[in-house]
Design a protein. Structure first.
Length: 460
C-alpha cells in the first residue's frame, strides 16, 4: 500500500522545500529560540481567541499582546474529553463539524473514498481509543508540513541525501488504515531517491517477515512493539534483512526492544515521541544521547498530578502541551498522560533544545486496585523486560492481579517469573495477588491502528 494522489505529491513537495529551513533551526541560538516561542505563543493565543468560540471564552480577559511564556500557568488546561465534548466550538473553520469529520472517517474505513483531504485541505484522524476515550483530530495543510519537518529534520541533518549511495528502500510498518496518522507521517522520506513500501502493522507476523525478506529494506520505521517483534524474528533467523537505519515511534520504546535491535542488526534505533494531537515532540538523533524536544514548535510543561512543574521522576504525572503551530484545532495546555523524564545535556552538547531521557509509558497505564492500591507498570516491566527469553509481553489487569501474555524466544521459567511478579505486587501493597502467565504466539493489537498497548487496565 502506498499513499499517492496529485494533492499528496504537492504536499510532499512543499515538505521537501521547507525541510532545509527546519534543519537550520537546529543551530539557533538560545535568544532566537526564546523570541520564536514568545511570538508564536502570542500568535497562537490571538488566533484561537479570534477563530475558536470555545477558546474565546477561555481566553477572555487575557492580555495577549503582553503575554509571556511565564504567564502560561495562569491559563486553564484542556483534555481530550474537553475536545470531544466541544469539538465544533474548538475548531477554527466553521465548515468543520464532528459529524462531518466522523463521516469522513467512516467513508475511508468502508473504502467509499480514497480522498485523503477533507475540503482539499484537512486530514482527519481518529485515535485508537486504547485509553478509553476516542479522539478525532485535524492536521491542516500547513500543520502537516510543520509536523513532517520536525519529524525528519535530524535525519536530514545527520544523513543528508547527497551522502547516501546504493539502493535505498524505506519499509513503513504502521497503521494499515488511512484514518490513523502514522501512515501519512512516516511514509515520508528525506531522500528523493528512496523507494517507499508500506506494510500494515497488523499483518500476520509470518506474512510480514516474508514480505520484508522480499523487499529487503535499507531503512525500517514502525511501531516500537512491531520493531521489537521483527528484531526477534531476525535473531531467530527467519527475517533476513540488513537495515542501515531503524526508527521507532507511537509506543514507548522498551529497553529490551532497544537491545533486540542492537543484537539483531548492530545499530541503535532512533526513537521518536509524539501524539496525533500535537505531532512529534521528541526525536532521537544519531548521537543517541537522548531525545531532543521540539521547543520551537511546542511548549511542554512536565507536571505532577496537581499541574505543578516537577522534574522528580516519581512525581511526574503528565505533560501539558501548547502547540505553537496548530491553527485548525488550537491545543493550549493540552493534557497528555505521557510520563516524560527530563535530562541534563551531556557535556559539550551545544544544542539549545531541551532533552528527555525516556518515556516511561503513560500515567493511565497504572493499575488501580481496591483499597487505593496503585501499581506502576515498572513493577511488571522489570521482571518481564529483563528476561532474555521473553520477546514481547502484554499485561491485562484483573480484579486481584494480572493476566500476562508472553511471546518467548526460548524456555521461560513461568513458575519463577510468576513468583517474582507476585512478590513485587505484594511489596507494593496488593494483598494476595493472583497472576497468570500464558505463553502465546500473538498479542492483542488495536483493530483500527495496529498498535499494541502493553498495559491494559481493568475496565469498570
Amino acid at each position: 500500500m502506498r499513499l499517492d494522489s496529485p494533492r499528496r505529491r504537492q504536499h510532499l513537495a512543499e515538505v521537501a522545500a521547507r525541510l532545509p529551513e527546519h534543519v537550520a533551526r537546529l543551530s539557533w541560538s538560545a535568544e532566537r529560540l526564546r523570541e520564536e516561542r514568545k511570538n508564536k505563543l502570542r500568535e497562537t493565543l490571538a488566533f484561537a481567541a479570534e477563530r475558536s468560540p470555545w477558546h474565546a471564552d477561555r481566553l477572555s480577559g487575557v492580555d495577549i499582546a503582553r503575554f509571556s511564556e511565564e504567564d502560561i500557568r495562569t491559563l486553564p488546561t484542556m483534555s481530550k474529553a474537553d475536545v470531544m465534548a466541544n469539538w465544533d466550538r474548538v475548531v477554527t473553520d466553521p465548515r468543520l463539524t464532528l459529524e462531518i469529520a466522523n463521516a469522513n472517517i467512516t467513508s475511508k474505513l468502508r473504502g467509499e473514498t480514497t480522498d485523503y483531504y477533507l475540503f482539499d485541505e484537512y486530514q482527519i484522524f481518529a485515535t485508537g481509543g486504547s485509553s478509553g476515550t476516542r479522539g478525532v483530530f485535524i492536521w491542516g495543510w500547513e500543520e502537516f508540513i510543520q509536523i513532517c519537518c520536525s519529524t525528519f529534520r535530524y535525519q536530514m541533518r545527520d544523513r543528508p541525501p547527497e551522502s547516501l549511495t546504493g539502493r535505498r528502500m524505506l519499509a513503513v510498518v504502521e497503521a494499515g488504515e488511512t484514518v490513523h496518522a502514522s501512515g501519512f507521517l512516516y511514509s515520508v522520506s528525506t531522500d528523493p531517491e528512496e523507494e517507499i513500501a508500506w506494510f500494515p502493522a497488523d499483518t500476520p507476523p509470518a506474512k510480514l517477515v516474508a514480505e520484508l525478506n522480499k523487499a529487503q529494506p535499507s531503512h525500517l520505521i514502525g511501531y516500537s512493539s512491531t520493531i521489537e517483534l521483527l528484531a526477534g524474528e531476525a535473531l531467530a533467523g527467519s527475517l533476513s534483512i540488513k537495515p542501515e537505519h531503524v526508527a521507532t515511534n507511537s509506543e514507548p520504546l522498551m529497553p529490551e526492544a532497544r537491545v533486540a535491535v542492537r543484537e539483531a542488526w548492530g545499530i541503535e534505533p532512533n526513537n521518536m515521541w509524539g501524539s496525533v494531537e500535537v505531532g512529534i515532540l521528541g526525536v532521537e538523533a544519531d548521537d543517541h544521547v537522548g531525545m531532543y524536544v521540539s521547543d520551537d514548535l511546542a511548549i511542554c510543561e512536565i507536571v505532577d498530578k496537581d499541574n505543578k512543574p516537577t522534574t522528580d521522576p516519581d512525581r511526574i504525572d503528565k505533560l501539558l502541551v501548547t502547540s505553537l503551530f496548530g491553527r485548525s484545532m488550537p491545543l493550549i495546555r493540552y493534557e497528555l498522560t505521557d510520563i516524560v523524564i527530563p535530562m541534563e545535556k551531556p557535556a559539550g552538547n551545544s544544542s539549545v533544545y531541551s532533552m528527555i531521557s525516556e518515556i516511561r509509558g503513560r500515567s493511565d497505564d497504572a493499575f488501580k486496585y481496591a483499597g487505593d492500591v496503585l501499581i506502576h507498570p515498572m513493577v511488571f516491566r522489570t521482571p518481564l523486560g529483563q528476561n532474555p527469553m521473553i520477546e514481547q509481553y502484554q499485561v491485562h489487569q484483573t480484579e486481584h492481579g494480572a493476566d500476562i501474555g508472553v511471546i518467548s524466544r526460548g524456555h521461560v521459567d513461568v513458575d519463577r517469573l510468576r513468583a517474582d511478579i507476585v512478590e513485587a505486587l505484594q511489596s507494593r501493597g496488593l494483598d494476595k495477588p493472583q497472576v497468570t502467565i500464558r505463553l502465546v504466539d500473538a498479542l492483542e493489537h488495536h483493530k483500527e491502528t495496529g498498535k499494541m498497548r502493553r498495559f491494559i487496565p481493568l475496565q469498570n
